[in-house]
Design a protein around this ligand. Structure first.
Ligand code: MRU
Length: 353
């Protein structure tokens, strides 16, 4: 299988530091942050320098490795205790995207299983595991892309929300990986990108990525999707996910749920693309998914300018939950899951266990 997505390296090791593409500066500037310790990674995740569920999973794994490098104790039990606490700090940075918890748990499991190693060797083993997680994420993008392409048809007009592209992963994308592979295969299609208030991941990041890849993209404000569907100008909706519950309910960027309801009303397919690391079978339904509430400043200000009356009350949930009933299919790295989603999710997760 060839990787036809335009890889954008969002995060990588440079010797003993982790270098992150700072997505807050895009699309105007390509700025890189050098993280020398786990606190810098925690800040980069919390402040959205690195964002998107798979990307923050990779960042958390690297943060764990940086944390391990900074622990100066002589004995393994103390090391494991401190390593565990670093995981708690990283998990607390963003509660909704389960990839973060998944990556931390995986790093903790490596530390537990390899605790017979000398400390210095264990630290190197943890760094190597974070590289494996990054490589796996790139392969997931390729597989999601390949699985999803057959769902597209010539002249499709695909609506997407937020950014589920290369920037949201180690470098290949989820929802947008499908579009990249479709383009590589010569399929003619175009994309509408919702701007995605309040942080504007669609207008800033998805538009930047797609334009760079030569895919025709039109930015709309979030309140325009219904009208476009009513006019017959959208043929499919394709989004990513931050956490998928065992029953197929999907948490994704705030504003995804209304798009799913609109797609249902207009009888348009509503596809979700995500790696299996985004599926959380320990959470039975979407009601159990924690929804991150972010700083009101994101709503009251645009580019540093106050746009509301000062002191006005603000509500700023970063994600919403789309009920499984509105999801046409979930495109994973292990294949396409069709309704009944709960059964398909169970089968796929059994296979990857
Ligand atoms: O707050 P963000 O920018 O991290 O939110 C990202 C999203 O909601 C994406 O759609 C999701 O993580 C899927 S990314 C492949």
């Amino acid at each position: 299988m060839t990787l036809s997505a335009p890889i954008i390296r969002t995060i990588e090791w440079k010797e003993e530091t982790v270098v992150v593409l700072d997505q807050r500066a895009l699309p105007h500037e390509e700025v890189y942050l050098t993280c020398a310790d786990y606190q810098a990674i925690a800040d980069a995740i919390r402040l959205l320098a690195v964002r998107g569920a798979p990307a923050i999973g990779v960042a958390a794994a690297m943060g764990m490795a940086l944390g391990a490098m900074g622990i100066s104790v002589q004995h393994m039990p103390q090391f494991l205790g401190r390593f565990h606490k670093i995981g708690d700090i990283l998990i607390a940075t963003r509660p909704t995207a389960v990839n973060l918890q998944w990556a931390v748990d995986r790093m903790r499991a490596v530390a537990r299983h390899e605790q017979h190693l000398p400390l210095a060797a264990l630290v190197q083993r943890l760094k190597a595991e974070s590289c494996t997680i990054l490589e796996e994420d790139l392969r997931c993008s390729t597989r999601i892309g390949a699985c999803g392409v057959p769902l597209l048809a010539p002249e499709d007009v695909v609506l997407t929300h937020c950014n589920a592209g290369a920037l949201a992963t180690a470098g290949g994308g989820t929802a947008l990986a499908i579009l990249y592979q479709a383009k590589a295969q010569g399929l003619p299609f175009q994309v509408y990108a919702c701007e995605t208030r309040p942080v504007l991941q669609g207008a800033r990041l998805t538009a930047w990525e797609l334009q760079r890849a030569g895919i025709p993209v039109t930015v709309i404000t979030d309140n325009m999707a219904g009208w476009l569907m009513q006019q017959g100008r959208i043929t499919k909706v394709l989004v990513g996910a931050d956490r998928i519950a065992a029953n197929g309910d999907v948490a994704n960027k705030i504003g995804t749920y209304p798009l799913a309801v609109l797609a249902h009303h207009h009888r348009l397919p509503f596809y979700v693309a995500a790696p299996c690391s985004t599926i959380d079978i320990t959470t039975p339904t979407g009601g159990g998914i924690p929804i991150e509430e972010r700083d009101p400043h994101e709503v009251t200000h645009i580019d540093g300018t106050l746009i509301t009356p000062p002191q006005v009350a603000v509500c700023n949930p970063a994600f919403d939950v789309t009920p499984a009933a509105y999801v046409t299919a979930i495109i994973t790295d292990q294949g396409i899951i069709e309704p009944p989603l709960a059964r398909g999710i169970h089968a796929v997760m059994e296979a990857v266990r």
